[in-house]
Design a binder for this molecule. Structure first.
Ligand SMILES: O=C(O)[C@@H](CO)OP(=O)(O)O
Length: 248
């Protein structure tokens, strides 16, 4: 049996402040660190032995992974960081409070920006100080590939080649693989793995730091998928994510 774990980072400072984050490189809160540590404990208890890990270029995902691997005494395993696992770029919404934005533009418009398949928020200006085009960490990447805003469709477009060519084939060599990333970059992978339609993906909301396990047979055919933890608690956490952008 082969197992893939998808893990959204623990609570970040901007999750706590209920702000759109996207590519902004905010840190974990103390609660976020604790969430990551308890995800590590759960994974250890469930007998995972990761052979390889993948994460994004953003510290909330990187530090979540480091905390998980530390608890599991797996700090030594190869870790690959890639910008294509970054969160969906939220354009001009980055930094804004979600509930205030919903109060201003309406719940429905904000739901479209957050969860519609192909409607991106307004883009950052090219010379905005937050633009990835002037951030040294993306200097080696072709500027035409760097987003100033994204819809989920755009996130999938940049992530899927990396998923298909690099992450997924790792399961041929390693029985257990972990990916720590972000709500929407992970929704992109889940959509692909489970064949979820463009319409149905709208209602999938991922809670922070709850391991989502995918089991495959030796031919890498998906057998089952499940979250580690109490289903009732997880359902409530998912609803809370969905409700973050209700107008105040
Ligand atoms: O702000 C963000 O970058 C994401 C994830 O936290 O938010 P949302 O759930 O609204 O897509």
């Amino acid at each position: 049996m082969k197992r893939l774990v998808l893990l959204r980072h623990g609570e970040s400072v901007w999750n706590k402040e209920n702000r759109f984050t996207g590519w902004t490189d905010v840190d974990l809160t103390e609660k976020g660190v604790q969430e990551a540590l308890s995800a590590g404990e759960q994974l250890k208890k469930a007998g995972f032995r990761f052979g390889k890990a993948y994460t994004s270029y953003l510290k909330r995902a990187i530090k979540t992974l480091n905390n998980v691997l530390d608890v599991m005494d797996l700090d030594w395993i190869p870790v690959e960081k890639d910008w294509r696992l970054n969160e969906k770029h939220y354009g001009m919404l980055q930094g804004l409070n979600k509930a205030e934005t919903a109060a201003k533009y309406g719940d429905e418009q904000v739901l479209i920006w957050r969860r519609s398949f192909d409607v991106p928020p307004a883009p950052l200006a090219k010379d905005d100080e937050r633009s990835p085009l002037i951030d040294p960490r993306y200097a080696a990447i072709d500027p035409k590939d760097l987003p100033l805003t994204e819809s989920l469709k755009d996130t999938i477009h940049r992530l899927l080649p990396y998923w298909n060519e690099t992450i997924f084939p790792t399961l041929k060599e390693c029985d257990d693989v972990i990916v720590t990333a972000h709500g929407n970059s992970l929704r992109s992978i889940i959509k692909e793995l489970k064949g979820i339609s463009d319409k149905d993906i709208i209602s999938l909301n991922l809670p922070t730091a709850i391991p989502y396990v995918f089991e495959f047979d030796d031919n890498l055919k998906l057998q089952k998928d499940y979250f580690l933890g109490d289903p009732e608690v997880i359902k409530k956490l998912m609803e809370a994510v969905a409700n973050q952008a209700k107008g105040v």
